[in-house]
Ligand binder design. Structure first.
Ligand code: SR1
Ligand code: MG
Length: 402
Protein backbone atom coordinates (compact mmCIF):
# COMPACT_ATOMS: atom_id res chain seq x y z
CA UNK A 1 0.00 0.00 0.00
CA UNK A 2 1.35 3.39 -0.91
CA UNK A 3 2.00 5.91 1.84
CA UNK A 4 1.41 8.78 -0.57
CA UNK A 5 -0.24 11.95 0.65
CA UNK A 6 0.53 15.60 -0.10
CA UNK A 7 3.13 16.82 2.41
CA UNK A 8 2.46 19.41 5.06
CA UNK A 9 5.18 22.01 5.62
CA UNK A 10 6.11 20.27 8.91
CA UNK A 11 6.52 16.93 7.12
CA UNK A 12 8.65 18.58 4.44
CA UNK A 13 10.89 19.96 7.21
CA UNK A 14 11.20 16.46 8.72
CA UNK A 15 12.29 15.01 5.36
CA UNK A 16 14.77 17.85 4.83
CA UNK A 17 16.22 17.35 8.31
CA UNK A 18 16.89 13.67 7.56
CA UNK A 19 19.13 14.48 4.55
CA UNK A 20 22.70 14.19 5.83
CA UNK A 21 25.30 16.92 5.46
CA UNK A 22 23.10 19.93 4.66
CA UNK A 23 21.80 21.47 7.91
CA UNK A 24 23.51 22.06 11.26
CA UNK A 25 22.16 19.95 14.17
CA UNK A 26 20.84 22.88 16.23
CA UNK A 27 19.19 25.72 14.28
CA UNK A 28 15.49 25.69 13.42
CA UNK A 29 14.33 25.04 9.85
CA UNK A 30 11.68 27.13 8.16
CA UNK A 31 9.57 26.15 5.17
CA UNK A 32 7.70 27.98 2.38
CA UNK A 33 5.67 26.36 -0.40
CA UNK A 34 6.88 28.23 -3.48
CA UNK A 35 5.51 26.10 -6.35
CA UNK A 36 4.31 28.40 -9.12
CA UNK A 37 4.35 25.83 -11.95
CA UNK A 38 1.43 23.92 -13.36
CA UNK A 39 1.82 20.55 -11.66
CA UNK A 40 3.70 20.20 -8.33
CA UNK A 41 4.29 21.28 -4.74
CA UNK A 42 7.70 22.86 -4.15
CA UNK A 43 8.90 23.43 -0.58
CA UNK A 44 11.87 25.72 0.10
CA UNK A 45 13.48 24.76 3.40
CA UNK A 46 16.14 26.89 5.01
CA UNK A 47 18.08 27.28 8.23
CA UNK A 48 18.73 30.89 9.22
CA UNK A 49 21.57 30.00 11.62
CA UNK A 50 23.72 28.33 8.92
CA UNK A 51 22.30 29.79 5.70
CA UNK A 52 21.81 26.22 4.42
CA UNK A 53 18.77 25.39 2.28
CA UNK A 54 17.29 22.79 -0.04
CA UNK A 55 14.17 22.03 -2.09
CA UNK A 56 11.62 19.27 -1.53
CA UNK A 57 9.56 18.84 -4.70
CA UNK A 58 6.48 16.62 -4.59
CA UNK A 59 4.20 15.58 -7.45
CA UNK A 60 0.45 15.93 -6.95
CA UNK A 61 -1.82 13.20 -8.38
CA UNK A 62 -3.47 15.76 -10.69
CA UNK A 63 -2.53 18.78 -12.80
CA UNK A 64 -2.52 21.71 -10.37
CA UNK A 65 -3.16 24.18 -13.21
CA UNK A 66 -6.53 22.51 -13.97
CA UNK A 67 -7.53 20.75 -10.74
CA UNK A 68 -8.41 17.24 -9.54
CA UNK A 69 -10.47 16.59 -12.69
CA UNK A 70 -7.18 16.03 -14.58
CA UNK A 71 -5.48 13.04 -12.88
CA UNK A 72 -1.76 12.54 -13.48
CA UNK A 73 0.54 9.66 -12.64
CA UNK A 74 2.82 10.12 -9.62
CA UNK A 75 5.45 8.07 -11.45
CA UNK A 76 6.56 11.33 -13.04
CA UNK A 77 8.45 12.12 -9.80
CA UNK A 78 10.56 8.95 -10.23
CA UNK A 79 11.09 9.86 -13.89
CA UNK A 80 12.18 13.37 -12.90
CA UNK A 81 14.71 12.24 -10.31
CA UNK A 82 16.13 9.49 -12.55
CA UNK A 83 16.38 11.94 -15.47
CA UNK A 84 18.20 14.49 -13.26
CA UNK A 85 20.69 11.81 -12.21
CA UNK A 86 21.36 10.77 -15.82
CA UNK A 87 21.60 14.40 -16.98
CA UNK A 88 24.16 15.10 -14.23
CA UNK A 89 26.17 12.10 -15.45
CA UNK A 90 26.19 13.27 -19.09
CA UNK A 91 26.19 17.05 -18.56
CA UNK A 92 27.80 17.62 -15.14
CA UNK A 93 27.06 20.90 -13.37
CA UNK A 94 24.09 21.80 -15.57
CA UNK A 95 21.29 20.38 -13.36
CA UNK A 96 20.53 20.64 -9.62
CA UNK A 97 22.10 17.99 -7.36
CA UNK A 98 19.67 15.29 -6.20
CA UNK A 99 20.09 14.56 -2.46
CA UNK A 100 17.32 12.01 -2.00
CA UNK A 101 14.21 10.65 -3.68
CA UNK A 102 11.19 8.66 -2.47
CA UNK A 103 9.10 7.13 -5.25
CA UNK A 104 6.18 6.19 -2.93
CA UNK A 105 5.85 9.77 -1.77
CA UNK A 106 6.58 11.04 -5.30
CA UNK A 107 9.22 13.43 -4.03
CA UNK A 108 12.74 14.54 -4.81
CA UNK A 109 15.00 16.44 -2.43
CA UNK A 110 17.42 18.59 -4.36
CA UNK A 111 19.81 21.52 -4.40
CA UNK A 112 18.28 24.94 -3.77
CA UNK A 113 19.01 27.27 -6.68
CA UNK A 114 17.64 30.47 -5.13
CA UNK A 115 20.88 32.23 -6.03
CA UNK A 116 19.63 31.91 -9.64
CA UNK A 117 16.51 33.33 -11.27
CA UNK A 118 14.00 31.55 -13.48
CA UNK A 119 15.20 32.49 -16.96
CA UNK A 120 11.75 33.57 -18.18
CA UNK A 121 11.56 36.13 -15.35
CA UNK A 122 15.19 37.15 -15.86
CA UNK A 123 14.54 37.81 -19.55
CA UNK A 124 11.37 39.79 -18.79
CA UNK A 125 13.47 41.98 -16.48
CA UNK A 126 15.92 42.57 -19.34
CA UNK A 127 18.60 40.08 -18.25
CA UNK A 128 21.48 39.20 -20.57
CA UNK A 129 23.12 35.80 -20.15
CA UNK A 130 26.40 35.67 -22.06
CA UNK A 131 27.16 32.02 -21.20
CA UNK A 132 23.67 30.64 -21.79
CA UNK A 133 24.21 29.51 -25.41
CA UNK A 134 27.43 27.74 -24.43
CA UNK A 135 25.79 26.01 -21.46
CA UNK A 136 22.51 24.98 -23.07
CA UNK A 137 24.22 23.75 -26.24
CA UNK A 138 26.44 21.60 -23.99
CA UNK A 139 23.39 20.30 -22.15
CA UNK A 140 21.55 19.51 -25.38
CA UNK A 141 24.50 17.97 -27.23
CA UNK A 142 25.68 15.80 -24.33
CA UNK A 143 22.35 14.56 -22.92
CA UNK A 144 20.89 13.90 -26.37
CA UNK A 145 23.98 12.33 -27.94
CA UNK A 146 24.81 10.00 -25.05
CA UNK A 147 21.22 8.68 -24.81
CA UNK A 148 20.83 8.20 -28.58
CA UNK A 149 21.65 5.14 -30.69
CA UNK A 150 24.73 7.05 -31.83
CA UNK A 151 26.26 7.41 -28.38
CA UNK A 152 24.81 4.66 -26.18
CA UNK A 153 25.02 0.92 -26.53
CA UNK A 154 21.86 0.19 -28.52
CA UNK A 155 20.69 -2.73 -26.36
CA UNK A 156 21.26 -0.69 -23.18
CA UNK A 157 19.26 2.13 -24.74
CA UNK A 158 16.31 -0.19 -25.41
CA UNK A 159 16.40 -1.34 -21.79
CA UNK A 160 16.65 2.25 -20.56
CA UNK A 161 13.56 3.30 -22.52
CA UNK A 162 11.51 1.11 -20.11
CA UNK A 163 12.32 3.49 -17.23
CA UNK A 164 11.11 6.49 -19.21
CA UNK A 165 7.72 5.36 -20.47
CA UNK A 166 5.78 8.47 -19.52
CA UNK A 167 2.27 8.15 -20.98
CA UNK A 168 0.41 10.78 -18.90
CA UNK A 169 2.93 13.53 -19.47
CA UNK A 170 3.36 12.64 -23.15
CA UNK A 171 -0.43 12.79 -23.50
CA UNK A 172 -0.37 16.38 -22.18
CA UNK A 173 2.08 17.30 -24.94
CA UNK A 174 0.24 15.30 -27.61
CA UNK A 175 -3.01 17.10 -26.75
CA UNK A 176 -1.85 20.58 -25.84
CA UNK A 177 0.85 21.01 -28.51
CA UNK A 178 -0.10 18.72 -31.38
CA UNK A 179 -3.89 18.70 -31.33
CA UNK A 180 -5.97 21.20 -29.35
CA UNK A 181 -4.61 24.47 -30.83
CA UNK A 182 -5.78 23.22 -34.26
CA UNK A 183 -9.40 22.58 -33.29
CA UNK A 184 -12.05 24.26 -31.19
CA UNK A 185 -11.04 22.38 -27.99
CA UNK A 186 -12.36 23.15 -24.49
CA UNK A 187 -8.82 23.44 -23.12
CA UNK A 188 -7.91 26.27 -25.49
CA UNK A 189 -7.63 29.67 -23.92
CA UNK A 190 -7.04 32.93 -25.75
CA UNK A 191 -7.95 36.59 -25.68
CA UNK A 192 -11.22 37.32 -27.50
CA UNK A 193 -9.35 39.58 -29.95
CA UNK A 194 -7.66 36.40 -31.27
CA UNK A 195 -10.91 34.62 -32.22
CA UNK A 196 -10.39 35.03 -35.99
CA UNK A 197 -6.69 34.08 -35.70
CA UNK A 198 -7.63 30.91 -33.80
CA UNK A 199 -10.29 30.01 -36.37
CA UNK A 200 -7.69 30.33 -39.11
CA UNK A 201 -5.51 27.81 -37.23
CA UNK A 202 -8.48 25.43 -36.98
CA UNK A 203 -9.12 25.40 -40.74
CA UNK A 204 -5.61 25.62 -42.23
CA UNK A 205 -5.10 22.24 -43.91
CA UNK A 206 -1.52 22.97 -45.01
CA UNK A 207 -0.69 23.69 -41.35
CA UNK A 208 -2.53 20.58 -40.10
CA UNK A 209 -0.55 18.40 -42.51
CA UNK A 210 2.78 19.56 -41.04
CA UNK A 211 1.48 19.39 -37.45
CA UNK A 212 0.36 15.79 -38.11
CA UNK A 213 3.90 14.94 -39.30
CA UNK A 214 5.45 16.55 -36.21
CA UNK A 215 2.93 14.79 -33.97
CA UNK A 216 3.82 11.45 -35.60
CA UNK A 217 7.50 12.09 -34.83
CA UNK A 218 6.69 12.93 -31.23
CA UNK A 219 4.60 9.74 -30.92
CA UNK A 220 7.00 7.32 -32.61
CA UNK A 221 10.61 8.53 -32.86
CA UNK A 222 12.54 7.30 -29.79
CA UNK A 223 15.74 9.05 -30.85
CA UNK A 224 17.13 10.05 -27.42
CA UNK A 225 16.10 10.73 -23.82
CA UNK A 226 14.52 14.19 -23.92
CA UNK A 227 14.03 16.68 -21.14
CA UNK A 228 10.58 17.01 -22.68
CA UNK A 229 9.60 20.50 -21.43
CA UNK A 230 12.66 22.68 -21.96
CA UNK A 231 11.10 26.14 -21.83
CA UNK A 232 12.67 29.15 -20.11
CA UNK A 233 10.62 28.41 -16.98
CA UNK A 234 12.57 25.12 -16.71
CA UNK A 235 15.91 26.94 -16.56
CA UNK A 236 17.52 28.62 -13.54
CA UNK A 237 20.15 31.12 -14.58
CA UNK A 238 22.73 33.74 -13.58
CA UNK A 239 25.30 35.45 -15.80
CA UNK A 240 27.76 32.67 -14.92
CA UNK A 241 25.61 29.60 -14.41
CA UNK A 242 22.77 27.66 -16.06
CA UNK A 243 20.81 24.85 -14.39
CA UNK A 244 18.12 22.89 -16.20
CA UNK A 245 15.31 21.77 -13.87
CA UNK A 246 11.98 19.90 -14.02
CA UNK A 247 12.54 16.97 -16.42
CA UNK A 248 9.25 15.32 -15.40
CA UNK A 249 8.19 15.15 -19.09
CA UNK A 250 11.34 13.11 -19.90
CA UNK A 251 10.84 10.28 -22.40
CA UNK A 252 12.61 8.86 -25.46
CA UNK A 253 11.53 11.12 -28.31
CA UNK A 254 12.78 13.20 -31.26
CA UNK A 255 15.90 15.23 -30.48
CA UNK A 256 14.59 18.33 -32.26
CA UNK A 257 11.79 18.62 -29.69
CA UNK A 258 14.16 19.79 -26.91
CA UNK A 259 16.11 22.12 -29.20
CA UNK A 260 12.86 23.52 -30.59
CA UNK A 261 11.57 24.18 -27.07
CA UNK A 262 14.52 26.48 -26.34
CA UNK A 263 14.15 28.28 -29.70
CA UNK A 264 10.39 28.69 -29.21
CA UNK A 265 10.73 30.33 -25.82
CA UNK A 266 13.41 32.72 -27.05
CA UNK A 267 11.15 33.55 -30.01
CA UNK A 268 8.13 34.10 -27.76
CA UNK A 269 10.28 36.50 -25.78
CA UNK A 270 11.33 38.10 -29.08
CA UNK A 271 7.65 38.63 -29.92
CA UNK A 272 6.96 40.04 -26.44
CA UNK A 273 9.43 42.89 -27.10
CA UNK A 274 6.48 44.75 -28.59
CA UNK A 275 5.99 45.69 -24.92
CA UNK A 276 9.15 45.04 -22.89
CA UNK A 277 11.45 47.23 -24.99
CA UNK A 278 11.05 50.95 -24.36
CA UNK A 279 11.62 52.15 -27.93
CA UNK A 280 12.39 50.94 -31.44
CA UNK A 281 16.20 51.04 -31.01
CA UNK A 282 16.19 49.00 -27.82
CA UNK A 283 13.64 46.57 -29.32
CA UNK A 284 15.97 46.02 -32.28
CA UNK A 285 18.96 45.50 -29.99
CA UNK A 286 17.07 43.11 -27.72
CA UNK A 287 15.82 41.09 -30.67
CA UNK A 288 19.33 40.96 -32.08
CA UNK A 289 20.57 39.56 -28.74
CA UNK A 290 17.85 36.89 -28.83
CA UNK A 291 18.47 35.83 -32.43
CA UNK A 292 22.26 35.85 -31.85
CA UNK A 293 21.61 33.53 -28.91
CA UNK A 294 19.50 31.22 -31.08
CA UNK A 295 22.27 31.16 -33.71
CA UNK A 296 24.95 30.48 -31.09
CA UNK A 297 22.88 27.67 -29.56
CA UNK A 298 22.41 25.90 -32.88
CA UNK A 299 26.02 26.35 -34.03
CA UNK A 300 27.31 25.25 -30.58
CA UNK A 301 24.97 22.27 -30.50
CA UNK A 302 25.84 21.17 -34.01
CA UNK A 303 29.60 21.44 -33.47
CA UNK A 304 29.50 19.63 -30.11
CA UNK A 305 27.12 16.89 -31.28
CA UNK A 306 29.32 16.21 -34.33
CA UNK A 307 32.47 16.14 -32.13
CA UNK A 308 30.85 13.68 -29.72
CA UNK A 309 29.72 11.55 -32.65
CA UNK A 310 33.24 11.54 -34.20
CA UNK A 311 34.93 10.75 -30.89
CA UNK A 312 32.44 8.46 -29.15
CA UNK A 313 30.13 7.15 -31.90
CA UNK A 314 29.04 3.56 -31.17
CA UNK A 315 27.53 2.83 -34.59
CA UNK A 316 29.76 1.70 -37.50
CA UNK A 317 27.32 2.28 -40.35
CA UNK A 318 26.54 5.77 -38.99
CA UNK A 319 30.09 6.74 -40.05
CA UNK A 320 29.00 6.50 -43.70
CA UNK A 321 29.94 9.66 -45.59
CA UNK A 322 27.11 12.23 -45.71
CA UNK A 323 24.94 10.42 -43.13
CA UNK A 324 26.05 12.83 -40.37
CA UNK A 325 25.22 15.87 -42.53
CA UNK A 326 21.83 14.38 -43.37
CA UNK A 327 21.11 13.63 -39.69
CA UNK A 328 22.09 17.13 -38.53
CA UNK A 329 19.92 18.74 -41.22
CA UNK A 330 16.94 16.67 -40.08
CA UNK A 331 17.55 17.79 -36.48
CA UNK A 332 17.56 21.43 -37.58
CA UNK A 333 14.33 21.01 -39.54
CA UNK A 334 12.67 19.13 -36.65
CA UNK A 335 13.80 21.82 -34.21
CA UNK A 336 12.20 24.49 -36.43
CA UNK A 337 8.91 22.62 -36.74
CA UNK A 338 8.69 21.81 -33.03
CA UNK A 339 9.62 25.41 -32.15
CA UNK A 340 6.74 26.60 -34.28
CA UNK A 341 4.27 24.20 -32.62
CA UNK A 342 5.48 25.26 -29.19
CA UNK A 343 5.07 28.94 -30.01
CA UNK A 344 1.52 28.49 -31.33
CA UNK A 345 0.30 26.52 -28.28
CA UNK A 346 1.47 29.28 -25.89
CA UNK A 347 -0.81 31.80 -27.64
CA UNK A 348 -4.07 29.89 -28.14
CA UNK A 349 -3.79 26.72 -26.03
CA UNK A 350 -3.76 25.88 -22.33
CA UNK A 351 -0.84 27.33 -20.29
CA UNK A 352 0.64 30.49 -21.74
CA UNK A 353 3.88 32.38 -21.06
CA UNK A 354 4.23 35.41 -18.80
CA UNK A 355 6.41 37.21 -21.38
CA UNK A 356 3.27 37.71 -23.48
CA UNK A 357 0.37 37.34 -21.01
CA UNK A 358 1.79 40.06 -18.73
CA UNK A 359 1.67 42.70 -21.46
CA UNK A 360 -0.96 45.04 -19.97
CA UNK A 361 -2.17 46.88 -23.07
CA UNK A 362 -4.53 44.66 -25.11
CA UNK A 363 -3.49 46.14 -28.48
CA UNK A 364 0.21 45.73 -27.81
CA UNK A 365 -0.43 42.21 -26.48
CA UNK A 366 -2.40 41.38 -29.62
CA UNK A 367 0.51 42.58 -31.78
CA UNK A 368 2.95 40.37 -29.86
CA UNK A 369 0.55 37.41 -29.98
CA UNK A 370 0.05 37.75 -33.74
CA UNK A 371 3.80 38.04 -34.29
CA UNK A 372 4.32 34.81 -32.29
CA UNK A 373 1.59 33.10 -34.33
CA UNK A 374 3.12 34.24 -37.63
CA UNK A 375 6.59 33.06 -36.62
CA UNK A 376 5.17 29.79 -35.25
CA UNK A 377 2.98 28.91 -38.23
CA UNK A 378 5.73 29.84 -40.72
CA UNK A 379 8.24 27.62 -38.93
CA UNK A 380 5.74 24.75 -38.95
CA UNK A 381 4.86 25.13 -42.62
CA UNK A 382 8.44 25.61 -43.83
CA UNK A 383 10.31 23.28 -41.46
CA UNK A 384 11.18 20.67 -44.10
CA UNK A 385 12.57 23.25 -46.55
CA UNK A 386 14.92 24.96 -44.10
CA UNK A 387 18.64 24.36 -44.45
CA UNK A 388 20.24 26.77 -41.95
CA UNK A 389 19.61 28.44 -38.60
CA UNK A 390 19.96 31.78 -40.38
CA UNK A 391 16.75 31.00 -42.33
CA UNK A 392 14.92 30.42 -39.04
CA UNK A 393 16.16 33.76 -37.72
CA UNK A 394 15.18 35.40 -41.00
CA UNK A 395 11.60 34.11 -40.57
CA UNK A 396 11.38 35.86 -37.19
CA UNK A 397 13.00 39.09 -38.42
CA UNK A 398 10.81 39.35 -41.53
CA UNK A 399 7.66 38.68 -39.50
CA UNK A 400 8.61 41.42 -37.03
CA UNK A 401 9.12 43.93 -39.88
CA UNK A 402 5.83 43.07 -41.65
C1 SR1 B 1 -1.28 20.70 -17.79
S1 SR1 B 1 0.38 21.13 -17.82
C2 SR1 B 1 0.55 22.45 -18.93
C3 SR1 B 1 1.93 22.70 -19.37
O1 SR1 B 1 2.78 22.94 -18.25
C4 SR1 B 1 4.02 22.25 -18.44
O2 SR1 B 1 5.12 23.03 -18.13
C5 SR1 B 1 4.03 21.78 -19.88
O3 SR1 B 1 4.59 22.74 -20.76
C6 SR1 B 1 2.60 21.55 -20.10
O4 SR1 B 1 2.25 21.49 -21.47
MG1 MG C 1 7.67 22.09 -15.37
Amino acid sequence: MSNYHPLTEQEAIGIARSVPGIFGPEGELSCREIGDGNLNLVFHISQASTGASLIVKQALPYAKVVGESWPLSLDRARIESEALILEERFAPGLVPKVYHSDNDMALTVMEDLSSHVIMRQGLIEGGVYPLFAEHISDFLARTLFFTSDLGMNQQEKKLLTRSFVNPDLCKITEDLIFDHPYTNADTNSFDSHLQADAERLWSDQELHFEVARLREKFLTQAQALLHGDLHTGSIFITEQSTKVIDPEFAYFGPIGFDIGAVFANLLLHYASQEHWSADEASRKARRQYLTDTIGDIWHGFERKFRELWNEHGTDRIARTAEYQDDYMLRLLQDAAGFAGAKAVRRIVGLAHVADIDKIPDADVRAKAQRLALTIGTTLIKRNRQLTSIEEIIHIADSASRA
